[in-house]
Design a protein around this ligand. Structure first.
Ligand code: ADP
Ligand code: MG
Length: 293
């Protein structure tokens, strides 16, 4: 938030943990009819856990955890932190990668113990012409059907494992969605994660519409497309990859628990990272306008 941030409805906004950038923001709350919600860290806690490791035949789980864990240790992505934590819990100290690169929306790649390692979406492996063998493909499909994110691990040109990672829906999210609907807003879940996981989270919180497998740089285009359909769009997000979409939205709501980039791009900050505050902010802004006029 800017230093000049005002409190919505003077005092009441502060109590509810809502910071607003300026009075002009109030007006847009009246028009918004659609609310796009980022999944990870917004609707879900973003606190991921490594739940299972499925290895290819002749692959040692310890090697998978050591190489994938080492690479993910160098990334700040919530999935990466889960993999690194899960790996070091099982195999102890992880080596330092000799080379590392973060590939936004896809995963990580680098060199560990002299091996060229990839960890991320199947699409990342495909870019290197690496295919998942049948048994790992099955493990991936089954994990996703359970609503979990499946992460592929490859090294030296071969797929070696599928990791199952998941985070939990925030307890307050279903109520938040109900309140947003009651304000006349249509919720849409937006994520870079796969369709099956997105649908499972959406069902859990009461969202019907899902836009999944969206690359970070394309989130802004989703907002533009909805606006092109004549909708007035609110967007809620927390990540660096949400910043452009938050700025493009008619009303950008940033999770206060999220990144600085998101907070700077938003019109409103939900200080406590509680999605119910999105509904509070819109209701309170509309009410404040009502009393002004
Ligand atoms: P979201 O939109 O849900 O916040 P991202 O755009 O950051 O997700 O990532 C999209 C997908 O890319 C993730 O669901 C995951 O499959 C993959 N991914 C991204 N970064 C990593 C990483 N460091 N390790 C493993 N997988 C990753
Ligand atoms: Mg996010």
């Amino acid at each position: 938030a800017t230093p000049t941030a005002l409190m919505v409805g003077t005092g009441r906004g502060a109590q509810l943990g809502i910071l607003i950038k300026g009075p002009e923001v109030l007006e847009t709350t009246r028009k918004v009819d659609t609310i796009v919600l980022d999944k990870t860290g917004t609707v879900t806690t973003g606190q991921m856990t490594l739940l299972a490791v499925h290895t290819a035949p002749d692959t040692d789980e310890t090697d998978v955890l050591r190489l994938a864990g080492a690479l993910e240790h160098a990334s700040e992505h919530p999935i990466a932190q889960a993999v690194a934590a899960g790996a070091s819990a099982k195999v102890g100290t992880l080596p330092t990668p000799e080379d590392f690169a973060n590939i936004a929306g896809l995963g990580v790649q680098g060199v560990v113990d002299g091996h060229a390692v990839l960890v991320g979406r199947e699409k990342l492996l495909a870019e290197w012409a690496i295919e998942l063998p049948a048994e790992l493909g099955r493990a991936k499909n089954e994990a996703e059907a359970r609503g979990r994110t499946a992460i592929a691990v490859a090294w030296d040109g071969e797929a070696r494992a599928v990791l199952e990672v998941a985070d939990a829906v925030k307890e307050t999210s279903p109520e938040a969605i109900r309140r947003l609907r009651a304000l006349g807003l249509t919720p849409i879940l937006l994520t870079g994660d796969n369709e099956a996981v997105a649908k499972s989270v959406a069902a859990e919180v009461g969202i019907d519409e899902v836009i999944a497998e969206v690359m970070p740089e394309d989130k802004v285009n989703v907002v533009k497309r909805l606006q092109g359909e004549g909708r007035s769009v609110a967007m809620v997000g927390d990540g660096v990859n949400d910043a452009a979409a938050l700025a493009q939205a008619d009303l950008g709501l940033a999770m206060g628990t999220g990144t600085d980039a998101a907070i700077e791009a938003g019109d409103l900050t939900l200080v406590r990272g509680d999605l119910r505050a999105a509904a509070d902010a819109i209701r309170l802004s509309r009410k404040t306008l009502g009393t002004i006029r």
